[in-house]
Write a protein of this length. Structure first.
Length: 168
């Protein structure tokens, strides 16, 4: 069922920054244009809140990126990179994003998730069962097929790479 977008729809955007960054880098060798992503996500509707989930490193190299997100009006959620004995690293915001989406769903009509991570399938199912429209934005080749299928709308950022990709 395709619901028509209208200017009175209240929208919240949840950006899995690590997923989007690594997808753009591996598929295009470039960076994602977060401003264009946010504009497409809102699409003339009422933006209530936008969140970007980022990982902090010991070097602080992500600081300019975080500042750029804040300048766009994207609230950042930050978590330290976990480093384990033996060199393994973990950077995962899935649960935090899901909790924020469930909490925010009470005050919006539409949830936009910018991630192709199949771990969000139960979240999308839950939000839809709560009567929310759920849109997913990701790069098609790196997005979960099931996630694409269950979303009310899937925006493949790779189809308009000139709009969403910033070449180095």
């Amino acid at each position: 069922m395709n619901v028509i977008k209208h200017k009175n729809q209240r929208v919240a955007v949840f950006i899995d920054a690590q997923n989007m960054y690594h997808s753009a880098r591996s598929l295009f060798g470039a960076r994602l244009n977060f401003k264009a992503l946010l504009q497409t996500a809102v699409d003339g509707r009422q933006l209530i809140r936008a969140f970007g989930y980022v990982i902090r490193t010991k070097t602080g190299e992500e600081k300019p990126f975080i500042d750029a997100l804040l300048k766009l009006g994207i609230e950042t959620r930050e978590k330290d990179l976990q480093e384990f004995f033996g060199g393994a690293k973990k950077a995962d915001w899935d649960v935090g994003l899901a909790i924020d989406a469930v909490r925010t769903a009470e005050i919006v009509d539409t949830i936009v998730i910018a991630s192709g991570d199949g771990d969000f399938i139960p979240l999308v199912e839950y939000l839809k069962n709560q009567g929310r429209r759920v849109e997913v934005m990701a790069f098609g080749p790196s997005a979960s097929g099931k996630l694409r299928e269950i979303a009310d709308e899937f925006v493949d950022l790779g189809e308009e790479s000139g709009k969403y990709i910033i070449k180095r």
